[in-house]
Design a protein around this ligand. Structure first.
Ligand code: PEP
Ligand code: MG
Length: 901
């Protein structure tokens, strides 16, 4: 029997793909295919799949059959173009571009003009109508990009040679270099190439192509790509596709050029075409901000036919994708070519505005609008902005590239920004323009300020993607990176001086400008009407829709009346966690010390009696604020020695007193108690329910305070709904004991007060044992609230106070998890316990109320998980309440979609 041939297919012509194949073809490849099939003018080409990249990265070598497949598709491409790669009379040149499933702007590699050699450069010149300058310019670009990307020749070596050539011509503009200059530069570049690589620049075009493809594969794991993925939470194992596309040239003269465009303004969502155009240039020049671009509208004057066609294509794309698209195009001697499109990145504000605009235009419905925004964007819109009413005068204005108000000290290199950022300092990264090497500094900075480049420059695109404030193209700034300073209007700002930048207006201020609350927060607080501005109106419509479709309730974690009121204004429907330990701090610490140090029952009871009215007042304030809504009060949880002085300090104090012959007095007594209570693992020690079982009267005092406050509240005409929550339960017997005591106290208080307030008694599920025995525990609990902070700590065995700083960065690097399990729920481990406990708890008690009150309650991805797990509500910090409402709505819409599929 004949041996079965491998059937793996790694290469796809553009005609074979479509926009839904992003997993396989990457975003760029899938959308080039889509545009090809829409009949738009896309240069022919093919895509090497992400599968091929993954196989290459796993084995360190191209998978079997890939080279042959590439050659077949190359032959087909040559036929389509009527040219051959490397042909000396009429060479086909190709671009080799990365393109992952998720856009990672500028993070991976591109090589243009592949196929050009000593033998074919003259042929290219004659095919370009004798344009020698163009041919030599293309060749020098190839050697530069190939050298840097494929062979790791330091980019500065080429840049220095280019600068020297310009200096020799007494010019700053590379357009002033003629064919002869560029030919000499090619010789210089080749020398640089051989010096650094120990070999000549490859003259076999097919070898160039192979090496360029492999370089793109490898760039998936470059430092900056890894860093970007971690920042953007893009999985590390996707790999990139590689697009091999017939070159079209924007640098053939004044009738050629290249540009980028958005179908709407990506910063505000306003309708109308927005973009930048650069005459007589190749694509990379625009994004790199090397020369200043002109607004796209200018193209109408320069080349009306191409402009009109571009407008038609942009309308087609918006209609087709039903969303804002961004595109890259090139005009080669009056002929327009589309090089890329994708659903465009946009600012958080634009995302809301565009989504509702599209609803008004009848393109999408409100549920789809809900799908088009997310909680992270809403959180961004809740940041403050500058309060500048006339008092602060901007020193200059740049392009408003990514909104927000950022204040920090000026820093001029990425490394320094990252260093200071790591120390918690607020910095603004100031550059002439940024490049991908600036990524660590951009991540660390509060904001980014550049003197060159437009809304589509590297700085703008990357900052917008990260939700970081950015002002770019502030040409009044003369940035001297080496001197670590910039000058503007006669003033000098040196490293360490404070600057304030407004990414919404583009204004730059020297010194610190105070900030004001976001209008979105003001809307949530009921201080402004939705109609006050288009963004607030859009948020209002979308969040209202979220509220009407969500199944999950959104409660809040609050332990003061003030927090409770604020959360309620933000839409909280109850308090899911009122931590009572905060009520034992401040001037009450002394009473707690008395309680802990009590030597007799009478002493202890006296301390508890003194605490009772204070606790009652605390609860009364909260019940009043949450009138008509549930308030889950958690009995005291942390180890009591947290309320006592630290062992080491105290021991030192006592030792000093003793050494100097003084009586250590109260410190001596305290030291004995602190030593007695010291624990090696306090998180696993005397805390939670264990405290209530060990210290007589402690829980009873808290329960009495809750009941008395509820009774008083009811007598005042309010409608309190207290729920008593017992922390750290692992066995049903623990809960039964507390419940019996609680029921007695409640009965006593309500009988005396002559009122009856229903009080639910339930437990936190924050120990794996509790989750595993949920059926039993539910016999004694009317509700469960998942304490996912402790549940994560106890399931992984990760100390929640130490591990994130200690070694999580290594775990993230190794891909053990993509995000800290304390931030976003670990679905496979902790999540499984949640599902199990929910199921078994409900089986034992069908009306069991289920919520979550760990930090995960406000994390967008986790909210989706809790929706899927069938919980009744999530509880999160007041500021996260709107985010959770939005995400709960999105989860409901998403699951409806998947249910009906
Ligand atoms: C939890 O453990 O998730 C929780 C909410 O309790 P705390 O954070 O107070 O331990
Ligand atoms: Mg806990």
């Amino acid at each position: 029997m004949a041996q079965q041939q491998s059937t793996a297919k790694y290469v796809y012509d553009f005609e074979e793909g479509n926009k839904d194949l992003k997993d396989l073809l990457g975003g760029k490849g899938a959308n080039l295919a889509e545009m090809t099939n829409l009949g738009l003018p896309v240069p022919p080409g093919f895509t090497i799949s992400t599968e091929a990249c993954r196989a290459y990265l796993a084995d360190g070598a191209e998978p079997q059959g890939l080279a042959e497949e590439v050659s077949q598709h190359l032959r087909a491409l040559e036929e389509k173009m009527g040219k051959r790669l490397g042909d000396s009379d009429d060479p086909l040149l190709v671009s080799v571009r990365s393109g992952a499933k998720f856009s990672m702007p500028g993070m991976m590699e591109t090589v243009l003009n592949v196929g050009l050699t000593d033998a074919s450069v003259q042929g290219l010149a004659s095919q370009a109508g004798g344009n020698e300058r163009f041919a030599w310019d293309s060749y020098r670009r190839l050697i530069q990009m190939f050298g840097k990307t494929v062979c790791e020749v330091p980019g500065e070596a080429f840049e220095a040679a280019l600068e020297a050539a310009k200096r020799a011509k007494n010019t700053h503009n590379d357009l002033d270099l003629d064919a002869g200059d560029l030919r000499a530069l090619v010789d210089e570049y080749k020398k640089i190439f051989s010096e650094h690589t120990g070999r000549d620049f490859p003259q076999d075009p097919r070898e160039q192509l192979t090496l360029a493809i492999q370089a793109v594969f490898n760039s998936w794991n470059s430092d900056r790509a890894v860093l970007y993925r971690r920042q953007e939470r893009i999985p590390a194992d996707l790999g990139t596709a590689v697009n091999v596309v017939a070159m079209v040239f924007g640098n053939l003269g004044a009738d050629s050029g290249t540009g980028v465009a958005f179908t709407r303004d990506p910063a505000t969502g306003e309708q109308g075409v927005y973009g930048d155009y650069l005459q007589n240039a190749q694509g990379e020049d625009v994004v790199a901000g090397i020369r200043n671009t002109v607004p796209l509208q200018e193209l109408e004057r320069i080349d009306k036919a191409s402009f009109d066609e571009l407008m038609r294509i942009m309308a087609t794309l918006e209609g087709h994708y039903k969303d804002l698209c961004d595109i890259e195009f090139t005009i080669e001697r009056g002929k327009l070519w589309m090089l890329q499109t994708r659903v465009g990145k946009r600012t958080a504000a634009a995302a809301f505005v565009i989504a509702t605009q599209l609803v008004d235009e009848g393109v999408i419905d409100l549920d789809e609008a809900l799908n088009r925004v997310n909680g992270a964007q809403l959180a961004q819109l809740m940041f403050p902005t500058f309060a500048t009413d006339g008092e602060y005068r901007p020193v200059a204005k740049g392009v408003a590239a990514s909104p927000g108000a950022a204040v920090g000290t000026a820093v001029f290199d990425s490394h320094r920004a990252a260093e200071l950022g790591a120390k918690g300092e607020k910095v603004i990264l100031v550059r002439r323009e940024t490049n991908p090497d600036d990524l660590p500094g951009m991540i660390a900075a509060q904001g980014v300020l550049t003197s060159r480049g437009g809304k589509t420059s590297h700085a703008a695109v990357v900052a917008r993607g990260m939700g970081k404030t950015c002002v770019c193209g502030a040409e009044a700034l003369d940035v001297d990176v080496e001197g670590r300073k910039f000058t503007v209007n006669g003033q000098t700002v040196s490293e360490g001086d404070v600057v304030s930048i407004d990414g919404t207006t583009g204004k730059i201020y020297l010194g610190e400008v105070p900030v004001q609350p976001s209008p979105v927060v003001q809307y949530f607080e009921g201080k402004v009407e939705p109609e006050c501005d288009p963004l607030v109106a859009a948020v209002h419509r979308i969040i209202t829709r979220a509220d009407s479709v969500r199944r999950l309730g959104v409660w809040t974690n609050a332990d003061t009346g003030e927090d409770a009121s604020r959360a309620r204004r933000f839409g909280a429907q109850g308090i899911g966690l009122c931590r009572t330990e905060h009520m034992f701090l401040g001037d009450r610490r002394e009473l707690v010390e008395r309680l802990i140090l009590a030597e007799t029952d009478a002493d202890r009871q006296a301390a508890l009696d003194a605490l009772l009215p204070l606790q009652r007042a605390d609860f009364l304030e909260i019940f009043r604020a949450m009138d008509g809504q549930p308030v889950v009060v958690r009995l005291i949880d942390p180890p009591l020695h947290e309320f006592l002085p630290g062992l080491e300090d105290l021991a030192a104090k006592v030792a000093v007193a003793e050494a100097t012959g003084k009586d250590p007095g109260k410190d001596g007594v305290m030291l004995v108690a602190v030593r007695r209570m010291h624990e090696q693992n306090p998180m696993l020690g005397l805390r939670g329910v264990r405290l209530g079982l060990v210290i007589p009267g402690l829980f009873a005092m808290q329960i009495r305070a809750i009941a008395e406050a509820a009774a008083q509240c009811r007598q005042e005409g309010c409608d309190p709904h207290p729920e008593i929550m017992v922390p750290l339960v692992g066995a049903v017997q623990e809960l039964e004991t507390v419940r019996a005591e609680a029921e007695k106290v409640l009965h006593d208080v309500f009988t005396k007060a002559g009122v009856e307030v229903p009080v639910m008694i339930g437990t936190m599920i924050e120990l794996p044992r509790a989750a595993l025995n949920a059926g039993q525990i539910a016999q004694a609990a009317e509700f469960f609230s998942f304490g996912t902070n402790d549940l994560t700590q106890m399931t992984w065995g990760f100390s929640r106070d130490d591990v994130e700083a200690a070694f999580f960065s290594r775990y993230l690097e190794l891909g053990i998890f993509g995000v800290s399990p304390f931030e976003s729920i670990d679905r496979d481990g902790v999540g499984r316990l949640v599902r199990l406990a929910a199921k078994e708890g409900r089986a034992a008690r069908p009306d069991l109320q289920l919520g979550v009150c760990g930090e995960h309650g406000g994390d967008p991805d986790s909210v989706h998980f809790f929706h899927e797990a069938g919980l009744d509500y999530v509880s999160c910090s007041p500021f996260r309440v709107p985010v959770a409402r939005l995400e709960a709505g999105r989860a409901a819409v998403a699951s409806e979609g998947s249910d009906s599929r």
